[in-house]
Write a protein that binds this ligand. Structure first.
Ligand code: NI
Length: 254
């Protein structure tokens, strides 16, 4: 079930039996010469929407702009600075908590978001901690590639050339879901260089075409479909474990 295609009264009814919601979260940033700018929000959205169809997951609108300052040297990238991003995550979470959601599961598609999402969770919990109360709300971050079984599958598919940015696994997932948007070029070098990440100008000078350590030419829609199927099943299992996770001393599930 997708929140955006529901009415308020439908969501109010859902909340009587389940207080868990998935929030796909990513980034709008360059993904090399063939990767879509939306890759990092498309991947978690594709997986979460598949879980909404295959199971009974409720999925929030996708949080599609993240912390991508280092990609701003490439056209089309849109970024929030970490403090803005954290504030927005807190307000999303407070909005959902106000309605009665108690398990907020952020399915993330961008490594550069991780530090800010974790900091935002601490900000959120700090409200209750300083007030001496229990927030009753649990927040969880899961990167889609860390869903149990998915990372191993990607490693088996791409033992060489997976890399860190514009990876064949993320490109394959978008190819499977949006075959009309598949692009092709000859990559030079075939496997992109690796190195540290600092600001946008430094990134562009180190990584000329935007890739980091990857060979996206290995991606195929068929491999992407297998990754989506594995991630969807794993997400549904992970969600059900999260739903049953114990909350604070005044939680309903103690
Ligand atoms: Ni990415």
């Amino acid at each position: 079930m997708l929140l955006a295609f529901s009415t308020w009264s439908e969501i109010e009814a859902v909340l009587r039996s389940s207080q868990t919601i998935v929030i796909p979260i990513g980034s709008c940033e360059q993904h090399g010469p063939t990767g879509l700018l939306g890759t990092d929000w498309l991947c978690p959205e594709i997986i979460a929407h598949a879980a909404a169809t295959a199971g009974n997951a409720l999925v929030a609108p996708t949080f599609n702009i993240g912390m991508a300052q280092h990609h701003l040297g490439f056209a089309g990238t849109i970024s929030l600075r970490p403090s803005t991003f954290q504030a927005a995550i807190c307000d999303w979470s407070r909005s959902l908590a106000r309605h009665g959601f108690r398990r907020l599961y952020f399915l993330n598609g961008h490594g550069g978001n991780i530090a800010s999402i974790e900091a935002a969770f601490s900000e959120f919990y700090a409200d209750a901690s300083f007030a001496g109360s229990s927030s009753q709300v649990l927040l969880k971050l899961r990167n889609w590639w860390d869903l149990p079984g998915v990372g191993d599958l990607a490693e088996m598919m791409f033992p060489v050339g997976h890399g860190h940015h514009a990876t064949p696994s993320e490109i394959a997932i978008t190819q499977a879901a949006y075959p009309a948007s598949i692009k092709a070029v000859s990559y030079a070098p075939r496997i992109a260089p690796v190195g540290p990440i600092h600001d946008a100008a430094d990134f562009r000078s180190r990584f000329a075409d935007g890739r980091v350590g990857s060979d996206p030419g290995l991606a195929t829609p068929e491999l992407g479909r297998r990754l989506i199927d594995a991630a969807t099943a794993s997400l549904l299992d992970d969600l059900s474990a999260f739903e049953n996770e114990r909350s604070g001393p005044r939680g309903a599930r103690d």
